[in-house]
Design a protein around this ligand. Structure first.
Ligand SMILES: Nc1ncnc2c1ncn2[C@@H]1O[C@H](COP(=O)(O)OP(=O)(O)OP(=O)(O)O)[C@@H](O)[C@H]1O
Ligand SMILES: Nc1nc2c(c(=O)[nH]1)N=C(CO)CN2
Length: 172
């Protein structure tokens, strides 16, 4: 089994698509660890604000199998692959880490560089995996998030539907 962390983001019909993404992950995996959902301004382009969260899970899927599964979930949720990289997103699911893998595996770059760049990734990752060590930097996510101080900090968003996920093998 590999320990995996995923980043979910949406800035179009955000409640709907984040919920859809989580429902699909619940169907696919035995147990999910969910961070809070955070709202932040779009980084890298001007557009609607995003909701982001991080999900932790254990899987026996390979990186290639996991990547294909996640692309399928994105596609089923209106993802337009012809759109430019920095534009609105119905649902984006990225693999942040896969155990301690480092490098390009089956066209997936690990660990994902955005962990060290963006509060909307690092803050929720530190929330649910603060004691775990970044595969390349060697510091824990809690340490990395502390070092990020002074830059953008995000605040959790209250989700009415979050509690409704509780019966579904979810650790919040
Ligand atoms: N860590 C990763 N997680 C998911 N896909 C990755 C990763 N690294 C490389 N890829 C591959 O790169 C392709 C482009 O993905 P990438 O996430 O870089 O761009 P994007 O999804 O268009 O933009 P973004 O995720 O920044 O919104 C994906 O289809 C996937 O095959
Ligand atoms: N706040 C925020 N900004 C972004 C995000 C995102 O998920 N959250 N994703 C992007 C493209 O992947 C570009 N900009």
């Amino acid at each position: 089994m590999a320990r995996v962390y995923l980043s979910l983001g949406s800035n179009q019909n955000r409640d709907h698509y984040i919920r859809q993404g989580l429902d699909a992950l619940i169907q696919a995996f035995a147990c999910l660890n969910l961070s809070s959902v955070y709202e932040s301004e779009a980084v890298g382009f001007s557009g609607d604000a995003f909701y982001n969260l991080v999900v932790g899970l254990d899987t026996s899927l390979s990186v290639a199998q996991l990547s294909a599964l996640l692309k399928g979930i994105e596609d089923a949720n209106g993802r337009d692959r012809s759109a430019p990289r920095f534009c609105g997103r119905t649902l984006d699911i990225d693999i942040l880490t896969y155990d301690q893998a480092a490098g390009e595996i089956d066209s997936v770059r690990l660990p994902r560089a955005e962990i060290l760049k963006n509060a909307f990734v690092l803050q929720p990752l530190a929330e649910i995996a603060g004691a775990e060590v970044h595969p390349v930097v060697g510091a824990t996510y809690a340490e990395l998030w502390q070092a990020y101080a002074g830059q953008q900090k995000l605040w959790p968003v209250k989700f009415e539907w979050r509690e409704t996920l509780l019966p579904a093998r979810i650790k919040i």
